[in-house]
Design a protein around this ligand. Structure first.
Ligand code: UN1
Length: 495
């Protein structure tokens, strides 16, 4: 199934002569998935120049017209969903229901943003003077750089692209190398949907070459980045030198609090999905389970018994619960954390690479559970794999202290039947997202997405606020008094 791709610049797919290439592989089988151009700083310059040239006409295209193109892209993506969802699974390793879900999230978001083309609301605001009208309008920023991770190979590029485009920006996309084919197929759908040349460009390649060149490019006004904390910090610093807006969506160490009055079977399903869905490789993954001591043993017994019947294997098989982790690199990092966990905590389940038969061709790990104390490294650092740290607590107050006692704050959850406690948790949990009686994953696109502390730098994606990342606000004062009126100077007394 291997396919060769070029860069997409100014409406043309091309492989510039002399460029090195790289490949992506299926993490379940080791088979090649695609071959791509290793972009250079020169490719980035050509892409941003094309985006800058396309900008004036795109900016003047009425937003509802831009929305029509987005709707056409969404329509085509719906038709392509079975194939594209399968590609997500083949290139990234998430199980097929989640591969299709990744594409569905893309469709939902593009449709949502298409509708934004008929809103893009500003404000009307009273004036302190007579015969004067005040309002705000939203304007695009210009050329936007979108740098996206491998864990949501279609959804996250679309979160960024669709929001940037509807607001009138032009885009250069630099996807994670490991899922370049998914990104290229997404870009192709935008091309087929009727986007003018240069409005969306794709430069594949490494973060250190393509990513850095993009962040430092003088055409680029805004950088939208989703990825790890350390890379995000570096992107922020590089962008700061050019006084750019840098939007960061970074890691998580998301807790589920399980209270003693919780519906345990419901929580069991939620914890399994939250911790081991996408093999734990979501920024929203449940990586800490904070359990009230009264239900601690009984819940862990239920959980480990369920894991005995939780099939890990071929992600294309609809019966599989968890596929491989996304790459050899990812496998190595997670196994390092597992080894660390064996030293500093009590291994309760799993803790190993799966071997034998088809497992030997891919990066399969057993779902892993550690019993640990708050403060151990495995309970504080983002692992981004199928590893759950379980922490015993004696009260709601202690649970919240533990939940908030990390550097991240993306998603959070509490299972309780006590409505007062649920509302207290909404108030108390330091996170951008709180779920009540539901797992930490699966945010819907029409709500803001993002977090506090090291999870980001304050912005939000998705929901109607997503457009803030990609627009400048202009304040407009219309004076229809036909004379000079002076604000802040008392016009009743001034001569
Ligand atoms: C991510 O892991 O970076 O809420 C995004 C969720 C998904 C998005 C996750 N809708 O789990």
């Amino acid at each position: 199934m291997e396919a060769e791709y070029g860069l997409f610049i100014d409406g043309q797919w091309a492989s510039p002569p002399g460029r090195a290439r790289f490949e992506t592989t299926n993490p379940a089988t080791g088979e090649r998935v695609g071959s791509f151009v290793a972009g250079t700083a020169d490719d980035v310059r050509r892409a941003t120049a094309a985006a800058a040239r396309a900008y004036p006409a795109w900016r003047e295209t009425p937003p509802p017209k831009r929305g029509e193109i987005l709707l056409e892209v969404a329509r085509r993506m719906r038709t392509a969903k079975p194939e594209l969802g399968r590609l997500v699974t083949q290139e990234m390793g998430k199980v097929i229901s989640e591969g299709l879900g990744d594409v569905q999230e893309s469709i939902d978001f593009i449709e949502y943003m298409a509708g934004e083309g008929r809103r893009l609301f500003g404000e009307t605001v009273p004036s302190e003077l007579r015969s004067k009208f005040c309002l705000t309008v939203r304007q695009p920023k210009g050329v936007v750089a979108c740098i996206t991770p491998w864990n949501f190979p279609t959804a996250i590029p679309n979160w960024k692209i669709a929001a940037a485009l509807i607001t009138g920006n032009t885009v250069v996309l630099k996807p994670a190398s490991a899922t370049s084919r998914c990104a290229a197929e997404v870009v192709r759908l935008y091309e087929q949907g009727g986007l003018p040349p240069g409005v969306l460009n794709l430069v594949t390649g490494s973060g250190s070459v393509v990513g850095n060149a993009l962040v430092e490019d003088s055409h680029v006004r805004t950088v939208s980045f989703t990825g790890g904390v350390e890379t995000g910090r570096d992107v922020y610093v590089r962008g700061a030198r050019g006084l750019k807006m840098v939007h960061l969506e970074l890691g998580g160490k998301n807790p589920v609090i399980l209270m003693d009055d919780a519906d345990l079977p419901l929580a069991l399903d939620g914890v399994l999905f939250g911790a081991f869905g996408t093999a734990g490789q979501r920024c929203t993954a449940t990586s800490r389970l904070i359990v009230h001591e009264k239900v601690y043993e009984s819940f862990l017994n239920l959980l480990t018994a369920r894991l005995d019947r939780f099939p890990v294997g071929d992600p294309l098989d609809p019966k599989t619960g968890m596929g491989p982790v996304a790459s050899a690199d990812q496998e190595r990092k997670v196994l390092e954390y597992i080894e660390l966990g064996k030293k500093e905590a009590k291994l309760r389940y799993g803790g190993e690479k799966l071997r034998g038969g088809a497992y030997d061709r891919g990066h399969f790990l057993r779902p892993t559970i550690f019993e640990t104390k708050h403060g151990s490294r495995i309970s504080m650092e983002e692992i981004f794999g199928p590893v759950l740290s379980v922490i015993r607590v004696g009260s709601y107050e202690e649970a919240v202290r533990v939940a908030n006692g990390v550097d991240y704050g993306l998603s959070s959850s509490i299972y309780t039947r006590d409505v007062n406690l649920a509302f207290r948790a909404i108030q108390d949990l330091e996170a951008g997202i709180t779920y009540i009686n539901a797992p930490t994953i699966g945010a819907e696109v029409q709500l803001p997405f993002g977090g506090v502390k090291n999870t980001g730098n304050g912005g939000r994606e998705a929901g109607s606020v997503a457009i803030e990342e990609f627009t400048e606000i202009k304040s407009v004062f219309v004076d229809f008094s036909s004379r000079l009126q002076k604000a802040q100077i008392d016009s009743e007394t001034a001569s």
